[in-house]
Design a protein around this ligand. Structure first.
Ligand SMILES: Cc1ncc(COP(=O)(O)O)c(C=O)c1O
Length: 370
């Protein structure tokens, strides 16, 4: 038989079990498919106020160096982050989005059959990456939509390598307190690594009982890893930069398997400038929190159940299937996020937009629900 008629080599069986990640619909896609000019995207928890002008300027300045490879480990950004978080040198790894850090953790720690503990409605990427490594995903139910950390600790066995906790969680918007987190870390064995994904931490930081500094906890507990991103409050989702804070030993292991030039120069430079623009971050936070309260109130006024959110999105229960509402809103040029893939067909997630974006959403939604 010639090579042309032979069956093509197949992937590992687990690859066929997985589906591609379903991202929020893009503005370009809706413009193209529905011919709508002005589309409002409230589906991916981006910063509706854009990026800091200083970050944009730093990005532009790098145009003259596009022919050069970046410094592979992003050393200046690592050092700036370590300083900012008051961590020892060697405690930070920078990735192509925090997604890369999640993937590296799974690749570094998981053998087939190892267990990974997640919560039932925890961020979906954790289980997808764990399955790719043929790990067994152990789901623990939430308590009132919050991670049940004592139950998650009880689910840990000698085969559990990783526990993933998004704090605040996407899509529920709930969070766990400093006390709960400390008790959890005290309860699990050193052989299990606890990964806290703090993509939305900047929106929760001011809450009185929110953990003061999870990255600092990674210096107290050698099995604690914290993952953060520049895609949300920093407004740099297009550049794909995230980072992990962990013991230098864990960072060293992840560095062995990281792609050599995983974050480009424009991205590194824009992140450095974005971190330094405290006033932009403060303004974004202030506007987002005010808009979040107003949007939640207006949605409740439409008779919807809206969860208390510690992030820049709202978790909303609906009287009809979420996909139906999503399709209706799409036809009006407003993109939200249905949650069928989470097994939540009657919930949706709505990013808090600017006041005019939120008004447009509310106008469309009130006529759909009428
Ligand atoms: C909880 C959580 N973690 C990680 C990510 C991925 O972010 P990044 O853009 O850094 O890959 C997201 C994105 O929505 C998220 O919600």
């Amino acid at each position: 038989m010639s090579a042309a008629t032979d069956a093509v080599a197949g992937p590992r069986p687990v690859v066929l079990e997985l589906s591609p990640y379903v991202p929020g619909k893009s503005i370009a896609e809706v413009q193209r498919d529905l011919g709508i000019k002005t589309v409002v995207k409230l589906a991916s928890n981006e910063n509706p106020y854009g990026a800091s002008p200083k970050a944009i300027a730093a990005f532009k300045r790098t145009a003259k160096a596009l022919h050069l490879y970046p410094e592979g480990p992003s050393p200046i950004l690592r050092r700036a982050l370590a300083m900012d978080l008051n961590l020892p040198d060697g405690s930070i790894i920078v990735g192509n989005g925090s997604d890369e850090i999640i993937r590296l953790l799974c690749e570094a720690f998981l053998e087939p059959g190892d267990e990974v503990v997640v919560s039932r409605y925890g961020f979906i990427r954790f289980r997808q990456q764990a399955r790719l490594m043929n790990a067994v995903v152990v789901e623990v139910p939430e308590q009132q939509w919050r991670h049940d950390l004592p139950a998650m600790a009880r689910a840990v066995t000698p085969r559990t390598k990783l526990v993933f906790i998004a704090n605040p969680n996407n899509p529920t918007g709930t969070y766990n307190t400093e006390r709960e987190v400390r008790e959890f870390l005290g309860a699990i064995p050193a052989s299990t690594v606890a990964v806290f994904d703090e993509a939305y931490e900047p929106y929760a930081r001011a809450l009185e009982d929110y953990p003061a500094s999870l990255p600092r906890l990674a210096t107290e507990f050698a099995n604690c890893v914290v993952v953060r991103t520049f895609s949300k409050i920093h407004g740099l989702a297009a550049l794909r930069v995230g980072y992990g804070a962990a013991s230098p030993q864990i960072v060293g292991w992840l560095d062995r398997i990281r792609m050599p030039f995983n974050v480009g120069i424009p991205a590194q430079e824009a992140c450095l400038a974005a971190m330094a623009d405290a006033s932009f971050l403060r303004q974004t936070l202030k506007k987002t929190l005010a808009e979040r309260a107003a949007l939640a109130k207006a949605l409740r006024g439409l008779g919807l159940r809206v969860g208390e959110s510690a992030a820049n999105f709202l978790f909303v229960a609906l009287p009809k299937p979420g996909r139906e509402i999503f399709e209706h809103l799409l036809a009006e040029g407003v993109i939200i996020r249905p949650l069928d893939e989470y097994g939540l067909p009657r919930h949706v997630r709505i990013t808090v937009g600017t006041s005019s974006q939120n008004r447009r959403l509310l106008k469309a939604l009130s006529s759909i629900l009428r």
